[in-house]
Design a binder for this molecule. Sequence first.
Ligand SMILES: Cc1cc2nc3c(=O)[nH]c(=O)nc-3n(C[C@H](O)[C@H](O)[C@H](O)COP(=O)(O)OP(=O)(O)OC[C@H]3O[C@@H](n4cnc5c(N)ncnc54)[C@H](O)[C@@H]3O)c2cc1C
Length: 822
Amino acid sequence: MEILYIFVLIFTVLILAYNRAPLLIAMAIMVGLTVAWTELRHLFYVPSWFRFANGIVAVTLMGFSIKPLRRLLISDRLFGWFRKGLPHLSDTEQEAVDAGTVWWDAEIFSGRPRWKILLKMPPPRLSEKEQAFLDGPVEELCRMLDDWEICDTHRKLPEEIWDFIRENRMLGMIIPESYGGLEFSAQARSAVGLKLSSRNLTAAISVLMANSLGPSELLLHYGSEEQKKHYLPRLASGEEIPCFALTSPAAGSDAASMTDLGIVCKGPYQGKEVLGLKVSWNKRFITLAPVATVLGLAFKVRDPDGLLGKDVELGISCALIPTHTPGVQIGRRHMPVGAVFQNGPTQGEDVFIPMNWLIGGQERIGQGWRMAMQCRAAGRAISLPAAGAAGGKMAALMSGAYARIRKQFDQPIGNFEGIQEPLARIGGRTYRMDSARLLTLVALDQGERPAVLSAIVKHQLTEGSRQCINDAMDIHGGKGIITGPGNYLARAYQATPISITVEGSNILTRSLIIFGQGAIRAHPWLLKEMQAARDPRPQARKNFDKAFFSHVGHIISNLVRSLLLGLSTSLATKPPLRGPTARYFRQLNRMSAAFSFTSDLVLILLGGKFKFREKLSGRLADALIHLYLCSAVLKRYEDDGRPEEDMPLVRWAMDDSLYIIQESLKGVLDNFPTPAIGRLIRWIVFPLGSPYHPPSDQVGKEVAQLLLSENASRDRLVSGVYISDEDDASGRVHRAFSLVLKSEKAENAIRNALKEPVTFENYQELVQKAVESGVITEEQATMVRLAQQASHAVIDVDDFPRSAIEGPEEPPLHPAASSGQM
Ligand SMILES: Cc1cc2nc3c(=O)[nH]c(=O)nc-3n(C[C@H](O)[C@H](O)[C@H](O)COP(=O)(O)OP(=O)(O)OC[C@H]3O[C@@H](n4cnc5c(N)ncnc54)[C@H](O)[C@@H]3O)c2cc1C
């Protein structure tokens, strides 16, 4: 009986915490219950200790509800301590943290995601005009692009390709129609980037660069009307080619530490003396710089003579400088690995520019960093993720086909479990990557600038693409290694580090930005506490008190949720819908609470020192990343109409992600700053051990089979890439794949009847025999012959005369001459 009462008390407290009952309601319930137990003791046995314990909880909650009391006893005392412990953020770090908006990341951090909000989001969609553009000019451009010719022969985009890009206003996708641009949605820009990247990275980067962080975007958001009217129509038509120079040799990832400088002074411009800046810079790695006509330049501004006011250091600012301006050095090229897009350095020494060349004019001096960070908050989700999705999709398409075409030991290599493993990884990862890309674009098209989620998709899609391409290389063996016009993989493999490095290199993004910025921005209370602690006004303590107690409630609730969901193997939570994905929604509810609870305790224990614990931050970033990827996968499955045949992809992606979340959290807890607390939290979060396992062999096999045949799932998975129907490297694979599948039945019939497998060497003879003996029809025989020829063309690799590789042979030295004897 006594145990029952203990249970009732604990259960009541847990239920209140689990459901995040507001403090006043929780207090009212506990007071009400204490009164009820007192009255009910006349009717049945209610032990006095139980009423007392119930009363203690009620009184404690009452104490917490009386704000002056709790401030006096608790929050005012913590206020000073919290203020001191706040990590120091420089102005530029603060601006980077403040950039953009918060979206689904806030739901993940809440520990209790509201799935209905996500499921109600519109599915990704292109307008008719955007779809027509993809099916028309983009498809045509893809057909014109010859990867080998561009990279090996021309080592640049040929002029007719630039002309086509200009004529079709591809450099103006981001620019409104009123300025002569295409005014495409984020979905459309991503779709164009994806299709181009699947054909030729050089063209893709050239187009995407002009449409991402750079002059067009900066002008759109921050330019003066005069600047917009002058530049935007010329940028849209391609008359002006833009580039944006932020990176200096010394200031790489830490771009804000640049030493490029503009001194406020007066100087000559168009025959008059005007107020302006004498700018000196040394930038490198700048995409499109060698062919740019307008240079977007970021530099620090100094006003030593006080021409603008009292302040000397005015901060980072951005200007647009025509590249023909005297003193601008530009035109030399770097050679990025695996692609030949224009990229190079630029320098200038005391180049005078008038004030109105600053983006937004003089009034925007010092706002350059904030402008760049705001643009990057959204832009990062478009260009590189599009290229990453293309990498995954092409790896899936080509590897599946190649593994079906290529035979070893008398069977397609795709039949071997060893090959099915990488195939499954490619399929599952590509599905997951593309889901995240599409979901984030929905946010962008709703006007969000989700800084943390953009960083996640940039990181995950470029990293995922690298993993897919590595797997594809292994599946292709020597075919992937030997370069030449027939190789459709090696260039993507070589170029992979580019997207890993640019727009925030991945190690930095994972270790420092994703969780670091997420914890501050997306956490429901941390930012409010920090803002209150930094606020010098008297009401700051009041605001801190509110945020602090809400934060405490948040932690308690997540503790309880983690424990209850762990003990009930997530059955205590209700999924938002029924069906094959219901169990995954449940698991995500559990892991979201576990992630949120663990993050809070790490942040509390480490305080300001957290910034330097990148290994912990990186692991928490992994958990956050995969919670987001999982949300995107479940949303995509619904948006696609719940196709049953896609379930292997969903299962692979979800099982893999849940396992990564679990291992990441375990990694944090095993390396917790206070090991005993780490062990305790581990017990709370994983009370019954580790529930998640990597995708099973069976799921992997099912995913691999989707890639090894033609089916609707595969079509959905690779949708958006360019499918060549020409006699080129990828076109030959598509043709051979289709023929091999069509001739499979006939080949099997020949093998069974004639007891010999069909090979490149014997197919003419065997097919003839099979027709003569009535095993196959003449029509089937044609199919088998075509399939064998097409497969042979795919298996072939390029070879060259030695002189083509080594250059013309040097005439041999005369032996006597070489030995010095005459
Ligand atoms: C092909 C190409 C095109 C580019 N295009 C442009 C452009 O158009 N405009 C432009 O302004 N810039 C451009 N960049 C610059 C790019 O965006 C990166 O900012 C720059 O390459 C980073 O500097 P870095 O390469 O010297 O690397 P470093 O900054 O030296 O970094 C080296 C490694 O250290 C890691 N690292 C650095 N700091 C930390 C940290 N605190 N914690 C953990 N890891 C850390 C990085 O992640 C990286 O892995 C381009 C770069 C390349 C290669």
